[in-house]
Design a protein around this ligand. Structure first.
Ligand code: BTN
Length: 255
């Protein structure tokens, strides 16, 4: 494969063997001025973190554990769109590189069938309404075999290798991810969120399903009908009333 076809995403790579988590390393690099597109990547994390304070199992060699630094000039309110954009890019890249068709579970889990294969954790550094940078953490279960998946996760997690039936070549995958990210991101910066929204809906696991959403204030139940132009999930309850769902944990119920 020819080299990396981007001009900034993935042009600088900070590669590690074993770290606690790539997220704080990316924050440190970003605060010291690392350019947009810098990728912090590791073979193993001993304290990988997921959304909602959960741990993220990141064993040696079998995954893609990386954090991408970006510096978009967008208001704070639009930063969730970057997470949706990342999920779209992951779904596309998985499809292109493995031939397996993934789905995006709102807001940013990548599913194959009914199991999770990848997740995104976006962290923000901002001053008042100005975004300094975003660290987009991406975890992909690449080459785990079914024996590598801990028993307590085997009902909910899978890997690209298990699903495609062949080992994943991680370097070409990461290159393709960077190229796809740059194309999608540049389009987003020029033209706005519309295309991401459309592609997210096309790849969605969530749209059309009955879901239960629990926030601190309330529990909502209804059908997920789409994203609004900001990237907020729209839920329609049994009375036809529409609700906006921000970043709560979403629980699914069978259709
Ligand atoms: C989730 O689905 O909960 C998000 C998982 C994000 C995991 C990645 S792996 C690379 C980066 N470093 C971390 O500690 N977490 C993210």
């Amino acid at each position: 494969r020819a080299g990396l076809g981007t001009y900034r995403i993935g042009q600088k790579v900070l590669a590690h063997d074993s770290v606690i988590s790539t997220q704080p390393l990316a924050h440190e690099a970003a605060s010291k001025g690392a350019p947009e597109g810098t990728l912090v990547i590791t073979e193993q994390q001993t304290g990988g973190r997921g959304r909602l304070g959960r741990p993220w199992h990141s064993p040696k060699g079998s995954g893609i554990w990386m954090s991408l630094i970006i510096r978009p000039e967008i208001p704070l309110s639009k930063t969730p769109q970057m997470t949706l954009l990342t999920a779209v890019v992951l779904a596309k890249t998985i499809w292109e590189e493995t031939g397996v068709g993934p789905k995006i579970k709102w807001p940013n889990d990548i599913f194959i069938g009914d199991k999770k294969v990848s997740g995104v954790l976006t962290e923000l550094n901002a001053e008042s309404d100005r975004v300094n940078y975003l660290v987009i953490g991406i975890g992909i279960n690449a080459n785990m075999t079914s024996e590598d998946i801990p028993p307590e996760l085997s009902a909910i997690a899978t890997s690209l290798r298990i699903e495609s039936g062949k080992p994943l070549k991680r370097i070409p995958f990461i290159q393709r991810f960077c190229e796809n990210f740059e194309a999608e991101y540049d389009h987003y910066l020029r033209e706005g969120f519309e295309r991401v929204k459309m592609e997210w809906e096309q790849h969605s696991y969530t749209i059309g399903r009955w879901i239960t959403v629990s926030t601190i204030q309330q529990t909502l139940e209804g059908k997920a009908i789409g994203l609004d132009e900001e990237g907020v999930l729209i839920l329609e309850d049994t009375t036809g009333k529409r609700h906006k769902v921000y970043s709560a944990d979403v629980n699914y119920r069978a259709n």
